[in-house]
Design a protein around this ligand. Structure first.
Ligand SMILES: Cc1cc2nc3c(=O)[nH]c(=O)nc-3n(C[C@H](O)[C@H](O)[C@H](O)COP(=O)(O)OP(=O)(O)OC[C@H]3O[C@@H](n4cnc5c(N)ncnc54)[C@H](O)[C@@H]3O)c2cc1C
Length: 441
């Protein structure tokens, strides 16, 4: 039986500098995919008995093969560009074509609609790997997937053919327009309006903090079609980026996620045909909540990648850096610090994968998605800060890269609903459960 050693044979090699000494680190991560197994899968040979039907993470050989493809792109193409994109605060537009040609813009979309026909677990694996290299690119993909998930679930066949298929097959990115100047968490109170005019709607208003604002081809937009009716008066629309009266702007000088395009959307008398309503008029709030649930699972994946990226660098550093005549990792306090980080990431990974599988099974996953997002975002914040501490003064230097993960982690407790909102959702679930327990007792 061929043995596949889950050893330090990670696919990527991190090179950095420690003082004047060039350092070659080979980070070992719990989800590192061994190159030997990689070869088995990609050579087309049947994986041997050493590859169990599913591994410790519940991943099949096919999942692992997909994960390896994602990792290959992330480490060989995305990682070398990530620091520059962060520094120059730009989204690398080449990524759209590169991701698209690999099928990565439609992972969970059925093949008939232009996608790969896989599931959310695989989308999570993709975003986790991309975020390990470049969290900004992963956040771009997250926004795209959020909009695409909504389209896949609620669009009719004609809309799927016209709007979803080009996106899922890699011809462009999608954006999700919800947040406004005066309205963030309180989505039901959005002020952008869509007023019926015969067979069209006329949209006026604005959105801000929108990922992919300047690069997306199509937007899923939330607008109020019955002002004053709050959630019962919101409709979701498909809006083409080139619609007359629709203008977009950049947001400058971000602290984190600097390599993603983030901006504003302005609508001045934008006419959208009624065929572009997703689902039914005034029934868009639930569509948006579904999309946010999907997005929360994916933000969980991004958090795993961010934490793993920082952890790998801290581990490599602790092996190499000598203080008090031994490597940092041989100081028990440091080892315990690393052990806590490893435990933190591992626990979250299990849960995020679990919630992705719930979504793939068609189960209600809203409560679990809020838990996954809450925990993973807090975990990423903790782990990145611990990693930075472990590098001492070098943790403040850009060339050691950990500081980029720390800054990118800052956005995670806010995106897709801030921490208090996740707690509200989880709390409501608890209240519902105790009410139903009371009524049956
Ligand atoms: C990286 C990133 C990408 C994003 N991409 C998009 C995108 O593509 N599309 C989009 O539409 N939006 C996007 N957003 C915006 C995001 O959805 C909002 O920032 C988020 O919903 C919070 O809204 P807000 O910033 O207006 O904060 P507010 O709603 O003003 O909240 C401020 C604070 O008050 C707390 N708070 C608010 N209400 C309550 C309450 N009822 N109880 C207790 N505490 C409360 C919040 O927890 C938060 O800490 C993105 C944000 C980030 C950081």
């Amino acid at each position: 039986m061929t043995k596949i050693a889950l050893s330090a044979a990670g696919i990527h090699t991190w090179t950095s500098k420690l003082g004047n000494q060039p350092m070659q680190g080979q980070p070992v991560s719990a989800n590192t995919f061994p190159s030997s197994l990689d070869t088995v899968l990609f050579s087309g040979k049947t994986a041997t008995a050493a590859v169990a039907k599913t591994d410790n993470w519940g991943l099949t050989a096919q999942d692992r093969a997909f994960q390896a493809q994602a990792r290959d792109y992330a480490q060989t193409i995305a990682l070398p560009r990530a620091a520059k994109n962060d520094k120059e605060m730009q989204f690398d537009i080449r990524a759209v074509q590169e991701l698209g040609s690999r099928g990565f813009l439609g992972v969970a979309v059925p093949k008939k609609n232009g996608g790969m026909g896989l599931g959310y677990l695989q989308t999570v694996l993709l975003l986790e790997q991309i975020a390990q290299a470049d969290p900004s690119m992963a956040i771009s993909l997250n926004a795209h997937n959020l909009a695409v998930s909504l389209m896949e679930k609620f669009c009719n066949d004609d809309q799927k053919k016209k709007f979803l298929k080009p996106l899922a097959s890699g011809q462009g990115l999608a954006g999700f327009g919800m947040t406004e100047e005066k309205v963030g968490s309180d989505v039901a109170n959005i002020e952008t309006t869509a007023t019926r005019d015969g067979k069209h709607f006329v949209i006026n208003g604005g959105k801000r903090l929108i990922t992919n604002a300047n690069i997306a081809k199509t937007f899923v937009l939330l607008a109020s079609t019955k002002p004053g009716e709050k959630a019962r008066g919101i409709t979701t629309f498909l809006v083409d980026a080139n619609a007359p009266g629709f203008t977009r702007g950049e947001i400058k000088d971000k602290v984190g996620i600097r390599g993603a395009d983030w901006g504003t959307l302005k609508f001045h008398q934008v006419r959208v045909p009624e065929e572009n309503i997703i689902g039914s008029e005034n029934d868009g709030f639930k569509n948006a909540m579904y999309a946010l649930n999907c997005g929360r699972v994916l933000v969980g994946a991004v958090c795993l990648g961010i934490a793993q990226g920082a952890f790998d660098r801290a581990l490599a550093y602790a092996r190499k850096r000598v203080q008090f005549e031994k490597p940092l990792i041989e100081h028990q306090a440091v080892l315990h610090q690393l052990a806590r980080m490893e435990a933190d990431i591992t626990q979250c990974r299990q849960y995020v994968y679990h919630v992705a599988k719930l979504r793939d099974q068609g189960a209600d996953f809203s409560h679990e998605a809020a838990i996954a997002k809450l925990q993973a975002s807090e975990m990423a914040t903790r782990v990145t800060q611990q990693a930075q501490l472990l590098l001492g003064g070098n943790g403040i230097l850009k060339e050691f890269e950990v500081e980029r993960y720390v800054r990118d982690a800052l956005a995670m407790p806010i995106i897709e609903g801030a921490t208090n909102i996740q707690l509200n959702i989880i709390g409501k679930g608890l209240q519902k459960r105790s009410q139903s327990e009371r009524s049956t007792s």
